[in-house]
Design a protein around this ligand. Structure first.
Ligand code: GLN
Length: 192
């Protein structure tokens, strides 16, 4: 199975290592041709405004929008901001595919980035906590009835899913655990 990682900017390499370690062919996506034959795509952390600019320059905005409407996609941090239906603080364009509203940089500036245990909800398989790394992370401030919350940090939803789509406001690629990557690989097998 081939899973793509949007590779215009941001934390591409650690996701690649995780996928390769699970025996998945990891494809760096830089243009629309790279989307062909993928079972899913990871939109990594980075800087969402820069990613939007580069997506447009590389004529990838519309093809990516079409792809994530149908195929599994996982937005991590900046990737969540791309997948959301709307973005605040400040507002910006998005792929408008997940029924969530996202507030950018909601925990403060770069030097207020932090690590903290995050709690699984009843909807997650397994009761163990995970270590969440939050780097200038966004907050999911609104969801729909069909948004399924899988992990929380305090009251905040930090991992949610809607059918073939998942969003994590933290960075699972920077920790030792493979649980979130394996969960996404499962989605790609189911929907990809
Ligand atoms: N603050 C970044 C943004 O708004 C996201 C940070 C991240 O991906 N770690 O795009």
């Amino acid at each position: 199975m081939r899973i793509g990682i949007l590779a215009l900017q941001g934390a591409v390499e650690p996701h690649k290592k995780k996928l390769l370690a699970s025996g998945i062919e990891a494809v760096e996506v830089r243009n629309s041709q790279d989307l062909l034959g993928l079972s899913g795509i990871i939109l990594p952390g980075g800087e969402s405004t820069t990613m939007i600019l580069l997506l447009k320059i590389n004529s990838l905005w519309e093809p990516l929008k079409d792809f994530v409407r149908e195929k599994p996609a996982w937005g991590a941090c900046a990737g969540v901001i791309l997948l959301a239906k709307s973005v605040i603080s400040p507002s910006q364009q998005s792929l408008d595919v997940m029924n969530i509203v996202v507030k950018r940089n909601a925990y403060g500036r770069q030097n207020e980035s932090f690590m903290a245990p995050i709690e699984p909800t009843r909807n997650w398989i397994g009761a163990e906590k995970l270590e969440g790394i939050f780097i200038r992370a966004p907050k999911i401030t609104e969801m729909s009835d069909t948004t399924n919350v899988l992990f929380r940090f305090k009251e905040d939803p930090v991992m949610v899913e809607e059918g073939h789509l998942i969003a994590t406001t933290f960075h699972p690629e920077l920790t030792d655990s493979d649980r979130i990557h394996n969960y996404f690989i499962g989605k790609c097998k189911k929907y990809g």
